[in-house]
Ligand binder design. Structure first.
Ligand code: TRP
Ligand code: SF4
Length: 346
């Protein structure tokens, strides 16, 4: 039987497997978020059936004392996704807390997960030290990677695109799936497939102060920054400390501005940067101007696309995506509940 065109494309994507990833609602996204995750997600839409969600419950694991920004931040993040090119026709875009099945699966997983597995996740101790002011000795924070396992296994994801810092969480997810499948089967078959990490090749993007670009350092360039602001931020950016005077040669490999060129500039510009910097043929002001040119070129289409979405439209897109996610999630839960003898399947 002939299939309508859109169903065919959906099936091709499904044949290559399903991708799921999430992002915490940290507010407007910056260039580091873009090259470290979002740009990669946009490309994955061409090959896979994709589910991307705003991990608002995950935000509560650290920001429980003041959750007042979570809802607006969720909209901001989703708007940046659309601006960057995530396409609600091809990807399911949704909000975690609006799919309560995630909480149910998290609870069921909590029954079978040894405490030691969670205590051993490296981010658990690290973050407690780094965010000491937030009192992360909570039950929710310890369970955070298990909630992530529920997020992933709910959609029977084949691939989880994440950065290096999240690999341990996907590894835990695989262990939870194995344990679940050992205990419970449905008509003799396993219910939860083990997902694989799709490691995001991400260049470490420096912020204006030379440290990793991060909201908590206040050194970011936002996807929404207008051109004058981008140029102004570049002007204040730190450079190779060896270039004190205009006549001192420098080394782009020791300069955060050089790192930006490596990610965003054309090979020709990059060659001019190396040559000009090492011979003191160009000054840092000129070099920063070139870097700003490259950034503005990357940001222009993103900002143009963003201007086409109103808040109301973004909310509608998320609502539609959430409905699709919930349907998919409920299918999994029907099997999970039946496998655990909580209900029968039909
Ligand atoms: N923990 C991830 C982060 O902090 C966000 C996240 C939550 C996630 N659930 C997920 C990522 C599921 C991938 C899959 O970045
Ligand atoms: Fe950095 Fe460019 Fe100055 Fe060299 S010329 S130190 S790469 S800003």
């Amino acid at each position: 039987m002939a299939q309508p065109e859109n169903e065919k494309t959906e099936n091709t994507a499904a044949a290559k497997g399903r991708v799921l990833s999430g992002m915490r609602p940290t507010g407007r996204l910056h260039l580091g978020n873009y090259v470290g995750a979002l740009q990669n997600w946009v490309g994955l839409q061409n090959q896979y059936e994709c589910f991307f969600f705003v991990a608002d419950w995950h935000a509560l694991t650290t920001d429980y004392a003041d959750p007042s920004a979570v809802k607006t931040n969720s909209i901001e993040v989703a708007t940046d996704w659309l601006a960057a090119g995530l396409d609600p026709e091809r990807s399911v875009l949704f909000v975690q807390s609006h799919v309560p099945q995630h909480a149910e699966l998290h609870l069921l997983f909590s029954m079978i997960t040894p405490l030691g597995w969670l205590e051993r996740v490296p981010s658990y101790k690290e973050q407690q030290v780094q965010l000491a002011e937030k009192s992360l000795g909570t039950y929710g924070f310890l369970g955070y990677p298990l909630l992530q396992a529920a997020d992933i296994l709910m959609y029977l994801a084949d691939f989880v695109p994440v950065g290096q810092d999240q690999v341990a969480h996907v590894e835990l997810t695989r262990e939870v799936a194995r344990r679940f499948n050992q205990f419970y089967k449905l008509d003799g078959r396993e219910v939860l497939p083990e997902p694989q990490v799709l490691l995001t090749p991400s260049p470490q993007l420096p912020g204006t102060d030379g440290r990793k670009m991060s909201k908590s350092y206040g050194n970011t360039i936002l996807l929404t920054d207008p051109e004058p602001e981008v140029r102004q931020k570049l002007k204040t950016m730190v450079t190779d400390p060896a270039r004190i005077r205009r006549t001192d040669p420098g080394d782009p490999d020791k300069c955060p501005v050089g790192d930006l060129h490596k990610v965003f500039s054309t090979p020709e510009t990059l060659a001019n940067v190396y040559e000009g910097c090492r011979t003191a043929g160009i000054g840092c002001i000129q070099c920063k101007g070139w870097a700003a040119d490259a950034l503005v070129q990357v940001l222009a289409p993103i900002q143009e696309r963003r201007s086409r979405f109103s808040d109301a439209q973004v909310k509608e897109i998320l609502e539609d995506g959430t409905n699709r996610a919930r349907t998919r999630a409920e299918q999994t839960m029907v099997e999970v509940r039946a496998a655990m003898h909580l209900t029968s399947k039909d």
